[in-house]
Design a protein around this ligand. Structure first.
Ligand code: 26Q
Length: 803
């Protein structure tokens, strides 16, 4: 990175402003000021970007490609400034020009190309790879529309398209000259060429894949890796020429639209797999484009194709990019002339797979006919993999047809993508200890028995530079003051903060920082929602996708119960609380949408009831995204991680809250278990049915929610209030939730865990009353959070999978 000082920056900025806008700074809009700043910073990065690539080439370093359908990046401006170490200089220089950096930062649209956890994890991993000087790049799709924007109208979620590219994106560079051709449909014939059977593809539809590269800047190390996102265009300029020249304009447009639609939208569903052909097209499109460009680059570096796996590692983020396996085999055989055995061996050694879910409804399986028609060559290869695999199984388990049918890649007219991923890769990992154990012992037990060496755990992590340094600058300063800057590059050193917690002044500082953050959030809530909340109340937060298993309903029923109790006992002695929710529901997920409506209706009732509204308030914040999370997390006292045990593979917001000094109320699910191990059981509040019991009850069908409801007055009262007119004159309004709890036997044990949750919440209230002790626990959470940096996670991937 070149050295910049304030004066030279001011000159360059003014010059660039004129060049790009044709205006003087004082006549420009804030959007223009943001764009010019972004493009100037990108310019600064260019040299390091080039140098990084040349270094990798010269050192012949192994390069890692992280394939993901989703990258939930959020904003980039301030992260890039921090990693370049120039945020302060820029801030001062801009101030001289009468520009407030923080205002420009707020103008940047979120790059919201992901649904939630999986996409955000990919973004954190990119930062960690660059910051650890690992040659690791991202490969994905440049969706024209990101994850929808959520509006709440009359309590209900309304989806609005996220046209994020309406604002010019200063970070990306289009590289049309590095485009690739992707082939769909048509027929494949095996032809004899020089006494060799060669697959030839005819009558296919060709689509152009155009890459857009975004630099991924490492922290204070001059490394710049690449996030390459692909966009679909027609091959022959704009239109279907033939139709166009015959005057059939509408058909010509239709064709252009159908091609561009491949990369138009991100599927907004993270839990319910839907077998839409467009989704399959998206998957193959970016996989094929990414692989072709990787191999081109590899061969350009004089790489010997048979040694591909020594210089390239490909990681697939869940099964969504699993077509890399047959596609790589295709390229190696059809284009490079390798034998099946060679191609298979190289592919296997190159590809590794992470599983992110055990929800069976989220597992991808594609109809055979669909794959056959859309990707005829790929289908032949999958068939071959399946046949060879089944033959292997036969010799291992002769006669055990059931097992072979269970494990086959193709069965009952479907291709099972997880099976393809396990068979075709050399490593399969879960994302937290419990999750990996469940994969090994239950969900994938047959595969684990067959390939025990492939299975391993990599507990998730978060990028502590964004999720601590950036979003909580006062806490950052306090940490630096007390333990120095070492933790920035070595987050495990956060543990040094533990010793400082004996100092009353430090605890007081922590308290002030939190209060300050809460005041900021309270202002934001007032400005956006017109609700006044008390910054001295407990900020109790549940922000994540809305889903049955995450149990926002449990939280909401608990608030409804508390409301009842305060009405009964107006002098009840509790700490004031502000309940904060945020999250989006998949557009077709009616239960989740009903939950959003319930929270909003309950909020309205409570916030406007003078008998209680000085004690409790409920806020549902609209349009949850990365930037909103960045505002809420540093201001939270209590982090709600209350999924039904076994269902949340890991969770990552749990780690973000911990790192910012919130206490966690949690079930023993996902990475909550490791949070407990690290912070100690006295510094986290645990409740609820444990995973072993959940699994047992699932097996024995030994749970009847109706009995619980009938035998527990408080449960009955609160559940009845869903349909008895308490919250809505329309008694059918929350019928879906009601039926879920009673008629459909409460799949996620909301009622079963209700009392245990209430007790845990009472405990929280008591703990909070002893403020000094509470602050100390917050400090211990911060000090113990270093292992949850994605630097640790990435180092493990690197040591144990990629090299
Ligand atoms: C699949 C097929 C068709 C359409 C959509 C999908 C799809 C898209 C997104 C399926 C799943 C997802 C996302 C899953 C996800 O975010 N899982 C979360 O991953 C986090 C990172 O590992 C974990 O922390 C969470 O526990 C897990 O729920």
């Amino acid at each position: 990175m070149k050295n910049i000082n304030k004066e030279s920056f001011k000159k360059e900025y003014s010059k660039r402003f004129l060049e790009l806008t044709g205006k003087r700074i004082e006549d420009g809009t804030n959007e223009q000021k943001y764009y010019v700043l972004g493009s100037l910073i990108r310019g600064y990065v260019m040299n390091d970007w080039l140098n990084t690539q040349s270094r990798y080439k010269k050192n012949n370093k192994k390069e890692i490609y992280y394939f993901s359908m989703e990258f939930l990046i959020g904003r980039l401006l301030s992260d890039n400034l921090i990693n370049l170490g120039i945020r302060e200089v820029c801030q001062e220089a801009l101030a001289d020009l009468n520009i407030k950096l923080t205002e420009l930062e707020e103008l940047e649209n979120d790059q919201g190309l992901g649904n939630g956890g999986l996409g955000r994890l990919a973004a954190c991993f990119l930062d960690s790879m660059s910051s650890l000087s690992i040659a690791g790049h991202g490969c994905g799709i440049r969706y024209k529309y990101g994850f929808f924007n959520q509006k709440i109208i009359e309590g209900k979620q309304v989806e609005v398209p996220d046209n994020w590219l309406k604002q010019d994106n200063p970070w990306e560079v289009k590289k049309k000259d590095e485009s690739e051709i992707i082939k769909f449909g048509g027929e494949v014939r095996l032809e004899n060429v020089n006494n060799k059977l060669v697959a030839k593809h005819y009558n296919y539809e060709a689509v152009l894949a155009v890459p857009y590269d975004t630099p991924v800047v490492g922290y204070d190390n001059g490394v710049v890796n690449t996030l390459r996102l692909w966009s679909a265009e027609t091959v022959n300029d704009e239109f279907n020429f033939e139709a166009f020249s015959k005057g059939d304009f509408s058909r010509a447009y239709e064709y252009k639209n159908s091609v561009e639609s491949i990369t138009s939208i991100l599927y907004p569903d993270d839990s319910n797999y839907e077998g839409k052909i467009l989704r399959l097209k998206q998957e193959y499109f970016f996989v094929s484009a990414g692989l072709q460009s990787i191999i081109k680059k590899y061969k350009n570096k004089n790489g010997e194709i048979r040694k591909l796996n020594e210089k390239i590692a490909i990681h697939i983020n869940d099964t969504h990019p699993v077509l890399v396996i047959p596609e790589l085999i295709r390229i190696l055989i059809d284009e490079e002339g390798l034998s099946w055995e060679e191609a298979w061996d190289i592919t296997n050694k190159t590809v590794a797979y992470t599983n992110h879910t055990i929800l069976s409804e989220a597992l991808e399986k594609w109809p055979v006919d669909m794959i056959k028609k859309l990707l005829p060559r790929i289908f032949l290869i999958i068939e071959e993999i399946n046949e060879r695999f089944c033959r292997e199984l036969w010799s291992r388990y002769p006669g055990d047809w059931d097992k072979i049918a269970q494990m086959a890649i193709i069965a009952d007219g479907y291709v099972k993508m997880a099976h393809l991923a396990i068979v075709g890769s050399h490593s399969v990992n879960g994302v937290a200890k419990l999750h990996t154990e469940i994969l090994k012992k239950r969900e994938m037990v047959d595969f684990y028995n067959y390939y025990p060496e492939k299975f391993n755990n990599k507990t998730n992590g978060i990028n502590h530079r964004r999720w601590l340094l950036k979003i909580n600058p006062n806490l950052r300063d306090l940490l630096i003051e007390n333990i120095g800057e070492g933790f920035i590059k070595d987050p495990l050193r956060l543990i040094e903060f533990k010793d400082k917690l004996e100092d009353k002044l430090v605890l007081e500082e922590l308290c002030i920082i939190k209060l300050d953050n809460k005041i900021n959030l309270a202002d934001y809530i007032y400005n956006t929602k017109n609700i006044k909340v008390d910054p001295r109340s407990i900020f109790d937060t549940q922000i994540k996708r809305i889903h049955g298993y995450k149990r926002q309903v449990l939280n909401c029923l608990r608030i409804m119960d508390l409301y009842n109790r305060i009405l009964e006992n107006p002098c009840m002695n509790i700490n004031n609380r502000t309940f904060i929710f945020a999250g989006k529901a998949a557009p077709g997920y009616l239960l989740a949408k009903n939950v959003i409506e319930l929270i909003n209706v309950v909020a309205d009732k409570i916030n406007n009831d003078k008998r209680v509204n000085d004690k409790i308030k409920v806020v549902f914040m609209e349009n949850y995204n990365v930037s909103l999370a960045e505002k809420i997390i540093p201001a939270t006292d209590l982090s709600e991680q209350i999924s039904m045990a076994t269902k949340e593979a890991s969770g990552t917001s749990n780690m973000k809250f911990m790192m910012n000094g919130a206490l966690t109320i949690a079930t023993l699910d996902g990475a909550n278990i490791e949070i407990k191990e690290n912070v100690g059981e006295d510094n986290i509040i645990i409740f609820g049915t444990k995973s072993e019991e959940v699994l047992e009850i699932y097996n024995n069908h030994g749970y009847y929610s109706y009995d619980l409801y009938n035998n527990d007055y408080r449960i009955k009262r609160v559940v009845d209030s869903l349909v008895d007119g308490t919250y809505s004159n329309d008694r059918e309004r929350f019928r879906i939730i009601y039926d879920n709890l009673l008629r459909y036997n409460d799949e996620f044990f909301v009622l079963k865990d209700f009392n245990s949750y209430l007790k845990a919440q009472d405990k929280v209230d008591k703990l909070y009353s002893d403020r000094c002790n509470w602050q100390k626990k917050c400090g211990l959470n911060i000090a113990s959070s270093g292992v949850f940096s994605s630097d640790r996670t990435i180092q493990e991937y690197f040591n144990e999978i990629w090299s």
